[in-house]
Design a protein around this ligand. Structure first.
Ligand SMILES: Nc1ncnc2c1ncn2[C@@H]1O[C@H](COP(=O)(O)OP(=O)(O)O)[C@@H](O)[C@H]1O
Ligand SMILES: [Mg+2]
Length: 375
């Protein structure tokens, strides 16, 4: 019998965003759950390509150089993760990251003896991963990949652009304003006045982050200016939104074309003040209830919103839309994630499981969809 060659899958994980460690957790689990009889999986870190990127810290660039030179670099968790992530998750990230290979050798193999990758699974959250940059590089290299293309990725990552597109499609988004770091000294007073006009409590968040990094709730004027200025450490634009109260819901969407479907609705019930970084990754703090304890009518409505948001931004393969259903009957979309958390216990895989699709099967389906595009 002639052995058929397995499909070479590159799972891209890590990168240089503030969600690097969460991305590693996602990538490690995807790699572990792909059917080894069908797929030959390499866990690849694009950080290795970023040694000369001036936007990175010296520490990140040193890490990038080490990864570019040899595999098996020991991951050192940032202080925030050592403080806020459950110990078992920290251990999985550190252990799993020893299998990372630098994207320099893995994506662009030297010499003819190396077979190139057949497909990539982008498992990088945030900047340089979920924002269209990695997708652009894969387009350039001609490697098919799972998930949204350049434009949809870039639109969804930028919460201001996403809100503009969603509102133009008739979806409700939170009332809010945007402030820029460059205009801040001159516009400070007028921006604070416009923000206060929205009415407290307010939410301040950087325009292009994820995992609630930099999201701050502000209850009164005295905290507003400092919260905005803190946001400028994470992005050059910061948004201030009305704080919505109600039931927080999230809906995954998978498939394409006539197969596009919304997964069962998940309700987020957290003991924390809101669904912040710690609450997202510590199961002790948050119950993620699926199906959500809402009426069938509301469930259908929020599923329709998630489908409409996915289509409006031009997403592909998968997305997850975060919403709040208010007590007075509004369904307000906060944001759309094009690369949602993809550990077996993350929100979208959890909803898929409720719909009868286990995690390994979900990852396999996503890869087959990407491969079908290149056929
Ligand atoms: N306008 C808002 N009103 C109430 N809560 C909000 C609002 N915006 C964000 N939040 C809270 O902050 C969390 C993170 O915000 P989100 O916009 O989803 O950004 P990300 O998940 O990309 O960090 C939400 O899950 C929600 O708990
Ligand atoms: Mg969110």
């Amino acid at each position: 019998m002639i052995a058929t060659q397995r499909i070479r899958v590159g799972v891209l994980a890590g990168g240089a965003s503030s969600e690097r460690e969460i991305s590693l957790a996602t990538g490690i689990e995807i790699a572990a759950h792909l059917d080894a009889a069908r797929y030959e999986v390499t866990l690849i870190d694009p950080l290795a390509l970023m040694a000369d990127n001036a936007a990175l810290t010296d520490e990140q660039r040193a890490h990038a150089r080490a990864l570019a030179e040899h595999a098996g670099v020991m991951e050192e968790l940032p202080e925030r993760d050592r403080r806020e992530l459950p110990a078992a998750l920290q251990e999985r990230i550190v252990k799993g990251s020893s299998g990372l290979v630098g994207a320099n050798s893995a994506l662009i193999p030297a010499g003819k003896e190396h077979r190139r990758l057949d497909v990539c699974f982008v498992a990088i959250h945030g900047q340089w991963g979920e924002d269209g940059t990695i997708q652009g590089m894969l387009e350039l290299l001609g490697i098919p990949y799972v998930g949204s293309g350049v434009l949809a990725s870039a639109l969804a990552m930028d919460k201001v652009m996403a809100k503009t597109v969603l509102a133009a499609s008739g979806l409700e988004v939170p009332a809010g304003i945007v402030v820029s770091r460059t205009g801040w000294p001159e516009e400070r007073e007028s921006a604070l006045a416009r923000a206060e006009d929205l009415g407290f409590p307010l939410v301040v968040k950087p325009v292009r982050q994820g995992s609630s990094v930099g999201v701050v709730m502000v209850d009164a004027s005295d905290g507003l200016s400092a919260a905005i200025e803190a946001g400028f450490a994470l992005d050059d634009r910061v948004m201030v939104e009305e704080r919505l109260h109600g039931t927080e819901l999230t809906v995954g969407v998978i498939g394409n074309g006539s197969e596009l479907r919304a997964l069962p609705v998940i309700e987020i019930a957290t003991k924390a003040e809101f669904f912040d970084y710690r609450a997202k990754y510590d199961p002790e703090l948050t119950d993620e209830i699926c199906p959500a304890r809402i009426s069938d009518e509301l469930a259908l409505r929020v599923q329709d919103v998630a489908l409409a948001a996915h289509r409006a931004l031009g997403c592909r393969d998968l997305s997850r839309t975060d919403m709040i259903a208010t007590e007075d009957g509004r369904v307000v979309t906060l944001e759309v994630n094009t690369i949602p958390g993809m550990t077996a216990n993350s929100l979208l895989p959890k909803a898929a499981r409720v719909a009868g699709i286990d995690f390994g099967e979900l990852c396999g389906r996503l890869i087959e969809a990407a491969l079908a595009r290149s056929a």
